[in-house]
Design a protein around this ligand. Structure first.
Ligand SMILES: Nc1ncnc2c1ncn2[C@@H]1O[C@H](COP(=O)(O)OP(=O)(O)O)[C@@H](O)[C@H]1O
Ligand SMILES: [Mg+2]
Length: 470
C-alpha cells in the first residue's frame, strides 16, 4: 500500500502546506513542526491522517490516485493526485471496506458529479449528484468533537418519520472515531435568513415583516422537538427537572458571565492603540453593568423545577436551518452547541432554550440588516444600536410570532410540564435565563473569533427582544 506517495518527510510537508489553505484548517498560526501527524488507517485508495496539536484533533481522509479527480482542488506529487477523499466517486463504498458503516437507508445510484457545498464550515461538506437524479450530502468530519451525537439525532428523526430534516443514509466511523455522515440533500433557496432578508430588503414599512413565516418556523420547531422526543430512552424523551439541574444551569450562566468579562478584560489589556482600548472598555463597562440582570436570570430558573427537560437542538439559529424550494424550513447540523464538554452536549434542557437561541438569531439578523441597509461598518453599527435599536420592533415581532406559534403547538403536546396559564402569562421570565445564557455564550464566541461582533450579543442583552416582566 502506498502511504503518502513515497513516505518521505518532504511529501508530508507538502501535504500539510496544501492543507493549510483549506477553509476547515484549524492550526492557522501553529508551526508545522508542532503538529503531530500520524496515519489513522490506510487502504487501497485512501489514507486517513490524524493531525494533532495541543489536544485538538483533526481527521483528514486523503485519496491518492493516478486518475485526475473531478474537482480542481488537488495536490500533485510525482504522478499521483492527492485530494480530500470525500470527493471520490462512490466514496461510501471505498471507505466502507475498512470503516464501520451504519446504514439507515440504502444509497441508490452512483456518483455522477461532486461539488463543495460551503466554505463556511469547520468540516468538509460536499454534494454528490447521483445517476438517479438525486443528490446526497457527505459531511466529512474534520474536527473530532468530545462525542459524536449527530448520528443519534438523525436516527431518532428518521425513526419518528419527521419530514423537515434530511434523511440519513449512512454514518461512517473507524474504531469509534466519527469519519462522516451521509444525508439527503435538501433542495433549498438558502438558509432560513433568506426569506426574512428578502422581505426586509425588497419592501418598506409593514410588509417588511414576515410574521406568518415566523409563525410557521415556530410550529416546525415544535414538530422537531416532538420528533426528537416521541420515544423515551437515554437519548430522547421528557425527564423531570431537578434542583441539581437548576443549580447546574445557574452555575453555567455564572461561569459564562465570568468568562465573558475575563475575555473582554484581556482584549482591553492587549488592545493595540487607544481607539481600540476605549472601544473594548466601553463594551466591558456595558457587560459589567449587567451583573444584576445575570443574577435575576439565574433566579428565574427556579420556575422550571419539576417541569420537563427534553432533547433539544442546542444550536438552533437561522443558519442551521435551510429554507426549501417548497417554502418549508429544514433543520440540519445536529452537533450540539460548539465548545461544550461531552456531558454538556448530552444534557437535556427545557424546550424553551432552543426558542431563546432562535430569538437571539433574529437579533443577529436585524443587526446585519441594519448594517447593510445603511452601508455601515461593525463599529458604526454597534455604536448606534447600543444607544438605540430602530429594528427592535422588527425583531420583537418576529420573535413573538415564532414563540406564540411554537407555544400553541407544544403546549397541546404537553412538552413543557408547566401549566398553560403560567407559560402563556410568564413566558418572558421563563425565556430570560436562556436569553442570557445564550447571549453570554455568543459574547465568548465573538470575543474569541471575531471581536468586532461582540456588540451584537451585547445589544441583545442590554435590550432583549422579549423584555422581562417588571
Ligand atoms: N442536507 C443538506 N442539504 C443541503 N445543504 C446542506 C445540507 N447539509 C449541509 N448543507 C450545507 O452545508 C452547510 C453547513 O452544514 P452544517 O451541517 O451546518 O455544518 P457545520 O457543522 O459546519 O455548521 C449548510 O449551511 C448548508 O449550506
Ligand atoms: Mg452549521
Amino acid at each position: 500500500m502506498v502511504y503518502i506517495v513515497d513516505k518521505t518527510i518532504d511529501d508530508i510537508q507538502k501535504i500539510i502546506e496544501w492543507l493549510t489553505s483549506k477553509h476547515w484548517w484549524p492550526f492557522k498560526n501553529i508551526e508545522h513542526e508542532k503538529l503531530a501527524v500520524r496515519e489513522l488507517f490506510s487502504m487501497d485508495k485512501i489514507t486517513v491522517l490524524l493531525i494533532e496539536n495541543n489536544g485538538r484533533k483533526v481527521v483528514v481522509p486523503l485519496a491518492i490516485s493516478y486518475e485526475k479527480p473531478v474537482i480542481t482542488d488537488y495536490l500533485r506529487i510525482n504522478d499521483k493526485y492527492i485530494f480530500e477523499a470525500e470527493y471520490l466517486r462512490n466514496y461510501w463504498e471505498e471507505v466502507g471496506r475498512i470503516c464501520n458503516i451504519k446504514q439507515y437507508v440504502k444509497i441508490r445510484g452512483r456518483t455522477s458529479n461532486v461539488h463543495l457545498l460551503t466554505r463556511e464550515s469547520t468540516h468538509l461538506i460536499v454534494a454528490h449528484e447521483l445517476n438517479t437524479g438525486d443528490s446526497i450530502v457527505i459531511k466529512g468530519y474534520r474536527h473530532i468533537s468530545p462525542i459524536s451525537i449527530e448520528e443519534k439525532y438523525y436516527e431518532t428523526i428518521l425513526r419518528s418519520g419527521y419530514k423537515y430534516a434530511p434523511k440519513p443514509f449512512v454514518s461512517i466511523n473507524y474504531q469509534g472515531i466519527p469519519i462522516g455522515i451521509i444525508i439527503e440533500y435538501i433542495d433549498n433557496v438558502g438558509d432560513a435568513t433568506t426569506p426574512f432578508r428578502k422581505a426586509f430588503e425588497e419592501k418598506i414599512g409593514k410588509s417588511s415583516l414576515k410574521l406568518g413565516l415566523a409563525a410557521k418556523l415556530g410550529s416546525q420547531i415544535a414538530g422537531l422537538h416532538l420528533a426528537l422526543n416521541n420515544t423515551s430512552n437515554d437519548f430522547s424523551g421528557k425527564d423531570r427537572i431537578s434542583q441539581e439541574d437548576i443549580r447546574g444551569w445557574g452555575n453555567r450562566i455564572q461561569r459564562r458571565y465570568k468568562d465573558a468579562l475575563r475575555l473582554l478584560e484581556k482584549l482591553v489589556d492587549n488592545a493595540d492603540g487607544k481607539r481600540k482600548t476605549i472601544r473594548y472598555e466601553k463594551w466591558l463597562n456595558h457587560l459589567d453593568l449587567l451583573g444584576q440582570n445575570v443574577e435575576q436570570a439565574i433566579s428565574y430558573l427556579e420556575a422550571y423545577i419539576d417541569s420537563y427537560k427534553i432533547r433539544t437542538h442546542q444550536d438552533l439559529h437561522l443558519l442551521q436551518i435551510l429554507y426549501g424550494h417548497d417554502e418549508n424550513f429544514y433543520f440540519i447540523d445536529f452537533e450540539g452547541e460548539p465548545g461544550r464538554t461531552r456531558d454538556e452536549l448530552l444534557e437535556k434542557e427545557p424546550p424553551l432554550r432552543d426558542i431563546a437561541v432562535m430569538i437571539r438569531s433574529f437579533q443577529y439578523l436585524s443587526y446585519e440588516l441594519y448594517m447593510s441597509k445603511h452601508k455601515l461598518t461593525h463599529i458604526a453599527t454597534s455604536g448606534r444600536l447600543l444607544r438605540n435599536d430602530p429594528l427592535w420592533n422588527w425583531r420583537m415581532r418576529h420573535s413573538l410570532s415564532m414563540l406564540l406559534s411554537y407555544l400553541s403547538a407544544s403546549i397541546n403536546a404537553d412538552l413543557h410540564g408547566i401549566p398553560r396559564e403560567i407559560i402563556l402569562t410568564r413566558y418572558n421570565s421563563l425565556l430570560y435565563p436562556w436569553l442570557v445564557d445564550r447571549g453570554l455564550y455568543e459574547i465568548i464566541y465573538e470575543a474569541t473569533y471575531n471581536p468586532d461582533k461582540i456588540p451584537i450579543p451585547l445589544i441583545g442583552l442590554v435590550n432583549p427582544s422579549i423584555p422581562i416582566n417588571t
